[in-house]
Design a protein around this ligand. Structure first.
Ligand code: HEM
Length: 382
């Protein structure tokens, strides 16, 4: 049986051979055999079907895949009805309209980060100074988590997303985050503020559930968007014609966001599912208890999804790509992520028209060892 592909001959393309079969079995690093689904229609079929259970742990950190009782509040790992209950509580708080109210604050945060970048010694790391602080500041403000506490959660959050970390390190990071958030929620109970977590205090969630929800939102909202901002900028720097469109045309800046999401698919095979019954995958059949992962990156380059899928075209009309997943677990924060990217890319490119990579592409540290792809650092000059 072949191994799950991980090597990339092009840093902006899915791992080599990922789409060799529409669906088939592969072996992952833990030794588990899993179904790998890569065709766009099949990916939507399995992700849209809750008989493919999300109550899974493992896949990372040398630990074999297994079914779990999810941690309270961690609804990404829950099936209905538990998932539905928590998701309903939050959906209305992440609509396009609600997110648009944040636009002035996000613009102000981006402007502050641009000033910080302008004042930094050159070359400067775009990840540390721009791409990571923006989603971090935004999600902290939205949730009501003090950004000054970021030392407490950023490093622990990174540990949870490593593919090569040990189980002990992951457990320690989880415990550190839980302790921090429990303490924060305790403080909020004594003196509520005006963040989303404060609003949720009176919504019937237990303290443990609220802690789990807080942990999920804090982690999910950080590295995903940060890596889209940094990897997307790097890709645009290599395609000056596309970069000029994003910089100069407000319309292209909007369409570019979904095209970059589709093209780069920073979340790829990280999400696992487990068959709760014998289930079809196209013409094939999975047995109850078997595990599955979907390559969002391969599905997003499926010729059935759009014309010339391997070409970046920032003016491309929006496609039904699956960069945010699909179905009941589709990304809750997608409207927020889109808004942050739509503001950040053109603002950066306009402020620094001479922006360029300060090291050869071969020296850029790509995140092959993380469940969210992107770059660890991005040294730029202007
Ligand atoms: C470009 C940035 C982002 C990408 C590419 C992304 C991608 C994804 C994907 C692929 C899933 C589906 C997981 C699955 O099916 O198991 C997901 C779920 C989720 N995302 Fe995002 N995400 C991004 C930004 C955000 C932000 C900013 C937030 C913050 C609020 C967020 C919160 C969540 C949550 C809470 C879930 C779980 C939803 C559920 O299980 O019902 N994401 N995301």
């Amino acid at each position: 049986m072949r191994a799950l592909p991980t090597e990339r001959s092009c840093p902006f393309a899915p791992p080599d051979g990922m789409a060799d079969e529409p669906a088939g079995k592969v072996r992952i690093s833990t030794g588990d055999e899993v179904w790998l689904v890569t065709r766009h229609d099949l990916v939507r079929q399995v992700l849209g079907d809750t008989r493919w259970s999300s109550q899974i742990d493992g896949g990372y950190y040398d630990q074999r895949l297994h079914a779990v009782e999810p941690m309270p509040g961690m609804f990404i790992q829950m099936d209905p009805p538990g998932h539905t209950r928590l998701r309903r509580l939050l959906t209305g708080r992440f609509t396009v309209q609600r997110m648009n109210r944040l636009r002035p604050r996000i613009e102000a945060i981006v402007a502050e980060r641009l000033d910080a970048l302008a004042e930094a010694p050159r070359p400067a790391d775009l990840v540390a100074l721009f791409a990571l602080p923006i989603p971090s500041l935004v999600i902290c403000e939205l949730l009501g988590v003090p950004y000054g506490d970021r030392e407490e959660f950023q490093r622990a959050g990174q540990e949870l997303l490593r593919l090569d970390g040990s189980m002990e390190a992951v457990d320690a990071a989880t415990m550190q985050l839980v302790a921090y958030l429990m303490e924060l929620i305790g403080r909020k109970q004594a003196a509520p503020g005006d963040g989303l977590l404060d609003e949720l205090l009176g919504s019937g969630l237990s303290d443990e559930e609220l802690t789990g929800v807080a942990m999920l939102l804090l982690i999910a909202g950080h590295e995903t968007t940060a890596n889209m901002i940094s990897l997307g900028t790097l890709l645009l720097l290599r395609r000056p014609d596309q970069l000029a469109l994003v910089r100069d045309s407000p319309e292209a800046a909007r369409t570019a966001v979904d095209e970059l999401l589709r093209y780069l698919s920073v979340v790829d095979v990280g999400m696992y599912r487990r068959a709760s019954a014998d289930l079809p995958i196209g013409d094939l059949a999975a047995r109850e208890g078997e595990f599955l992962t979907a390559s969002l990156a391969a599905a997003n380059r499926d010729p059935a999804l759009c014309e010339r899928p391997d070409e970046l075209d920032v003016t491309r009309p929006k496609t039904p790509h699956v960069a945010f997943g699909f179905g009941p677990h589709a990304c809750l924060g997608q409207n927020l992520a889109r808004l942050e990217m739509e503001i950040a890319y053109p603002a950066l490119l306009r402020r620094f028209p001479g922006l360029r990579l300060a090291v050869p592409l071969e020296e850029v540290p790509f995140r092959d060892n993380m469940s969210i792809y992107g770059v660890h650092r991005l040294e730029v000059d202007w």
